[in-house]
Design a protein around this ligand. Structure first.
Ligand code: GDP
Length: 445
């Protein structure tokens, strides 16, 4: 067992209860020295925690004794449920240090759980994601990953690859035996099946979008009504609305929750050529943000001429949409013209009015977000790290299937693909990768 560590597991500050978490060698001794008799394992027991020298009572606490290896970290562990005052937490911290425990590093409890095989790396990441979850979709995804959904899918692929490898190796090792020809065909079929699924999963960014938010850019000419729509959707005055063109210069990101999904909606400088240096920088930032977004909505003043949208329209790609705004004061023929223009570009047109029909726009956006984020299969990747490993596996499988036919080379590429999949569970990763993953955790986790 490693050295004893401790950390406050609850948020610092005044609270009803503060939970101090302990793990590693010496935990049972520390509990006895602080509170007397060791409580029964996994049973909540009250104890008076006393100063080591004066024997003054520091707090009356609920103490949990969680002996290893059945604990979260796999080590002897404990929780002290203290009264949440700053003075209590400060004194107990001092006492634990006097007793030889040290303050835990960020993520150190979860890292020990990983190193003691209580969790794989994807599950460890899920612990962090669950703590960070602010929407239902984030919570559901993190919990599924913590319970092993992701790891099971990668493991299924890996074991299919190893089956295919075994079949091919039988064909290599016993060329003269009467092996059925169908064996190689079956191995190839299996390989291409896994290759297709892994390649799709490597391109699927939905898991990351759930964690980081679905990014929607409102683009358009100045004065089209982008700020008014953003304020309407956010139900507060985020952006300044004026009839003066070129007011918005910075990209204004506003978080929204639609159908349980986290969404980042951004209002930005109207896209137009300008002499003003500040506005030009705004246009540069707007263009960059919109290009990287998951969905671009071109806001068009329904009464404006097409020449005004031509520039911002350049940023749109298939699947993006046009919000035909100010329909409250728009003539029928303008709407028909905009519709015709958008259809030739594969864009959907949504007629809106910032002053009259924000609820319709909200419903449309909710449906659009759900369609983009949902789907039959849950994503097999929730971080770039996972998708990079899947992309590497996909590359090796590609070489195994369509590269040189040398059987040894094919087998080696299959092995490398299987190893890339194993990386997601972290078994093969060097310290530096683990350091990077766990450093993003908070202390006490
Ligand atoms: P932005 O420059 O694209 O952000 O445009 P703003 O949101 O600042 O709006 C420009 C002007 O158009 C303001 O005077 C708004 O009040 C007005 N406006 C925006 N949306 C609508 C709408 O749906 N109907 C009407 N009648 N006016 C609107």
């Amino acid at each position: 067992m490693r050295d004893g560590i401790f950390a406050l597991a609850t948020a610092p500050g005044r609270a009803a209860i503060a939970v101090m978490r302990l793990s590693g060698s010496g935990v049972s001794r520390v509990l006895e020295q602080l509170g007397g008799k060791l409580p029964a394992p996994r049973r909540a027991s009250t104890r008076r925690l006393r100063d080591l020298e004066t024997r003054e009572v520091i707090d009356e606490a609920l103490v949990l004794w969680l002996p290893g290896p059945g604990s979260f970290t796999g080590e002897d562990s404990a929780e002290l449920h203290l009264h949440g005052g700053g003075a209590v937490v400060a004194r107990v911290t001092e006492l634990l240090q006097q007793l030889g425990l040290r303050l835990a590093e960020p993520g150190e409890f979860t890292r020990r759980a990983f190193e003691n095989d209580r969790l794989d790396l994807a599950q460890a990441e899920a612990v962090a994601d669950l703590v960070d979850a602010e929407t239902d979709a984030q919570r559901r995804q993190a919990l599924g990953q913590l319970r092993g959904d992701l790891s099971r899918r990668h493991e299924t692929w890996r074991s299919d690859l190893l089956d295919a490898l075994a079949m091919l190796e039988a064909a290599i090792d016993f060329p003269d035996e009467e092996l059925p020809d169908t064996l190689v065909d079956e191995a190839r079929a299996r390989l291409s099946n896994v290759a297709r699924e892994v390649t799709d999963a490597a391109d699927d960014t939905r898991g990351e979008r759930v964690r980081e938010g679905f990014r929607i850019a409102l683009v358009g000419a100045p004065n089209a009504g982008k700020s008014s729509l953003l304020n309407g959707l956010a139900q507060r005055d985020v952006a300044i609305v004026t009839e003066i063109a070129g007011t918005t210069r910075d990209v204004l990101e506003t978080p929204l929750v639609l159908a349980g999904y986290s969404v980042v909606l951004a209002d930005m400088a109207g896209l137009r050529a300008t002499e003003d240096r500040v506005e030009a920088e705004g246009v540069r930032r707007a263009t960059a943000w919109a290009t990287g977004a998951d969905l671009r909505l071109l806001v068009v003043d329904g009464a404006a001429s097409e020449s005004e949208w031509r520039e911002p329209a350049e940023l749109l790609v298939q699947g993006d949409a046009v919000l035909l705004n100010k329909t409250d004061r728009m003539a029928g023929h303008d709407r028909a013209a905009a519709q015709a223009w958008a259809e030739t570009r594969g864009l959907e047109v949504v007629a809106v009015s910032a002053t009259e029909s924000i609820a319709d726009l909200r419903n449309w956006l909710t449906a659009r977000t759900t369609a983009a984020m949902g789907g039959a299969e849950v994503p097999a990747a929730t971080r770039l790290r996972h998708r990079e490993a899947l992309a590497a596996a996909s590359g090796f499988l590609d070489r195994a299937l369509y590269g040189e036919g040398d059987p040894e080379l094919v087998a080696e590429n299959i092995r490398l693909a299987a190893r890339s999949l194993e990386r997601i569970a972290g078994r093969l990763d060097p310290e530096s990768v683990l350091d990077r993953v766990f450093s993003t955790f908070c202390i006490g986790k």
